[in-house]
Ligand binder design. Sequence first.
Ligand SMILES: Nc1nc2c(ncn2[C@@H]2O[C@H](COP(=O)(O)OP(=O)(O)OP(=O)(O)O)[C@@H](O)[C@H]2O)c(=O)[nH]1
Ligand SMILES: [Zn+2]
Length: 197
Amino acid sequence: MKISEIANLPTKYGKFKIQSFMENDKEHLVIFTENLPEIPLVRIHSECLTGDALGSLKCDCGEQLEYALKEVNKQGGMVIYLRQEGRGIGLFNKVNAYALQDRGLDTVEANHQLGFEADMRDFSIVEKILKHFGIKKIKLLTNNPKKEFSFKDIKVIKRIPIIIKPNPYNINYLKTKKEKLGHKIEFNEKWRNNNGK
Ligand SMILES: Nc1nc2c(ncn2[C@@H]2O[C@H](COP(=O)(O)OP(=O)(O)OP(=O)(O)O)[C@@H](O)[C@H]2O)c(=O)[nH]1
Ligand SMILES: [Zn+2]
């Protein structure tokens, strides 16, 4: 693993520090607050160019990222931005998966049709990054309970849901995440928008 220097990253969500961790030619990022509490708030975010940068309404990624940056700025912590686009299948394949979804397949069926598993992501670098920062306990922002149990030496003292109000374009995707990918999403609970309201 190669580790960059730490640089300042002022954003519209607050003033952060940024550092890159490179492994297997993947340039991951950690965006963190100057003051890291002993038990920081951590968001492990997998890259979604369409949602994070292009404002796509097909998923909840962009709004989750915004919410996470705002909340991390308030509470102290970090967003670990992992370069594993399309749940690990890459951008090219994700576009093909989207085309299959346009024809009626759900997000899991589309991956299978293309010869991939539903979720090909690898979170092993997260533990190395947290250790590098000397972090042993975290509060984890996620609806995905699998992430909570993917650590050996890091203790997740609390899982904080990050549920974004659905729109007509992502409601079926969110239902599939709940039914097939094990996400904890209650469809009758009060939704968060990215103002946290
Ligand atoms: N293959 C594929 N990947 C997708 C699709 N929609 C979003 N993604 C990717 O899914 C990843 C985000 O995963 P999610 O399942 O939304 O969330 P999570 O990280 O498991 O859980 P949360 O912490 O609750 O957000 C990103 O890498 C996106 O690019 C899709 O339809 N097909
Ligand atoms: Zn997305």
